[in-house]
Design a binder for this molecule. Structure first.
Ligand code: VGL
Ligand code: ZN
Length: 211
């Protein structure tokens, strides 16, 4: 059922609701699985939705395990700039890379995979971390005539925030549904990202305002 206030040119972008980002997952985000219920409500209310999937090949360059002597959450210099290293996560075809089993994906119109280039990480759903390689999502959303993107999912300070910033750069209106997001326990990057989002003109809203 479509509600007043949500237009046909609005799209819900659900970021990375994977098993690996939920409790017990390889890169568990505190409370990640608590999002499934509110996001399912959003998926039911929005006429259009797109899901993203973090989709790394085994041995991906963002994994600390492939850098001798390095640990997760250390930052190292890549050709494209600083890169945080992560535990192995969301490896293509594994259970960890699958969506949470209770996420109601049926009505989503596109599943966009990112992070599949072995040497480049991809937080944003629009551009990889080299800030130059597009995922194609901008063209897709533009061609579909969408104007406003409502963001939710995991993790707030990384894939959600970077997607929101790129969406603003591409000229979309952006609303981050903050109660339908959860953050990795790295407060510096989270606070920085929230400041940047607001400065870029993204709205930070409660999803409950939509019901
Ligand atoms: C993410 C770190 C590494 C995310 C993905 O979805 O926010 N964070 N890969
Ligand atoms: Zn990743």
């Amino acid at each position: 059922m479509q509600k007043a206030g949500i237009a046909g040119t609005d799209v819900l972008l659900v970021v990375d609701v994977h098993n690996d980002f939920c409790t017990g997952g390889a890169l568990g985000v505190p409370g990640g699985e608590e999002l499934v219920r509110p996001i399912n409500r959003l998926l039911h209310v929005f006429p259009h939705s797109v899901l993203t999937q973090d989709w790394h090949p085994a041995g991906h360059a963002s994994f600390a395990s492939v850098h001798l002597g390095r640990r997760p959450h250390e930052t190292i210099e890549f050709a494209y700039g600083p890169q945080i290293l992560w535990p192995d996560h969301c490896v293509q075809g594994t259970v960890g890379a699958a969506f949470h089993p209770d996420l109601d994906t049926d009505r989503a119109e596109l599943v966009l995979r990112k992070g599949f280039h072995a040497g480049i990480d991809s937080y944003s759903a629009f551009f990889e971390n080299d800030r130059a390689t597009p995922t194609g999502l901008g063209g897709y959303l533009c061609e579909r005539g969408f104007q406003r993107i409502f963001l939710c999912g995991l993790a707030t300070g990384f894939c959600v925030a970077w997607s929101g910033l790129d969406a603003r750069r591409q000229g979309f209106e952006v609303a981050v549904l903050i109660d339908a997001c959860r953050a990795i326990d790295l407060h510096g990057p989270l606070q920085e990202a929230m400041k940047e989002l607001s400065a870029a003109g993204a709205e930070i809203e409660e999803s409950t305002a939509l019901f």
